[in-house]
Design a binder for this molecule. Structure first.
Ligand SMILES: Cc1cc2nc3c(=O)[nH]c(=O)nc-3n(C[C@H](O)[C@H](O)[C@H](O)COP(=O)(O)O)c2cc1C
Length: 167
C-alpha cells in the first residue's frame, strides 16, 4: 500500500484550499458496495476534543444513503489533480453509473472503508453526529438562495481516525 500514516496536525496545506479549492471525494461503503461524490463545502478542525471533519450532504445524493448506513467514510484529496475525475463524480450519480471506473479512479478497500489509490491524502473518518440544516438558523438571508425549500444539507461531524499520505 503506497500510503503512510501521518498526524493530521502535521498537514500544512490550507484546509480551505484543500476542500474549497481542490475539492475532495466523500466515499462511504465497502469495496463491494460503496459510492463516492465530490464535495467542496466542509471543514476540518476540532470538536469535542477530537480532530474532526465536517461535511454537508444534500439528501438527494445517492451517497447520502451510504453515509447513513455506514459508521465511517473517507475523504480523498488529490491536491488539485484529477480535476476531470472530480467533475465527473460531482455531476453524475452512482445510481446511473460506476463513477470510479468512468473517472479512472482505483478503489482501495481498507476494512470497512474505501478510498482511491490516486489520492494524495486520505482521511478516514468516523461519524460522531449529524444535524439537518434548517432555514430558521439562517442569519444571512442570502443563504436561503442555496436551497429550493426541501434540499437542506445534512451536516456530518466526524472524528478523523487516521490520516494517510501517499508516498
Ligand atoms: C465541485 C463540486 C462540489 C460539490 N460539493 C457538494 C457538497 O459539498 N455537498 C453536496 O451535497 N453536493 C456537492 N456537490 C454535488 C455532488 O457531488 C453531485 O450531486 C454528485 O453527482 C452526487 O453523486 P451521487 O448521486 O452519486 O451521490 C458538488 C459538486 C461539485 C462539482
Amino acid at each position: 500500500m503506497p500510503f503512510k500514516q501521518e498526524n493530521i496536525r502535521n498537514i500544512k496545506e490550507s484546509a480551505v484550499q484543500m476542500i474549497a479549492g481542490d475539492w475532495a471525494l466523500v466515499t462511504a461503503g465497502t469495496r463491494d458496495s460503496f459510492n463516492t461524490m465530490t464535495v467542496s463545502w466542509g471543514g476540518l478542525g476540532e470538536l469535542w476534543g477530537r480532530d474532526a471533519a465536517f461535511i454537508f450532504i444534500r439528501p438527494q445524493r445517492y451517497t447520502f444513503g451510504f453515509l447513513e448506513e455506514n459508521d465511517r467514510f473517507t475523504l480523498s484529496f488529490f491536491g488539485g489533480a484529477q480535476r476531470d475525475a472530480l467533475l465527473l463524480c460531482g455531476s453524475r450519480s452512482g445510481r446511473d453509473t460506476d463513477k470510479a471506473a468512468e473517472a479512472g479512479l482505483t478503489p482501495v478497500s481498507d476494512g470497512d472503508v474505501t478510498y482511491f489509490a490516486e489520492a494524495a491524502l486520505v482521511l478516514k473518518c468516523r461519524k460522531m453526529a449529524k444535524y439537518d440544516l434548517t432555514p430558521d438558523g439562517f442569519l444571512d438571508g442570502a443563504v436561503a438562495d442555496n436551497y429550493n425549500g426541501t434540499d437542506y444539507h445534512r451536516m456530518y461531524v466526524a472524528e478523523i481516525e487516521e490520516t494517510l499520505v501517499r508516498e
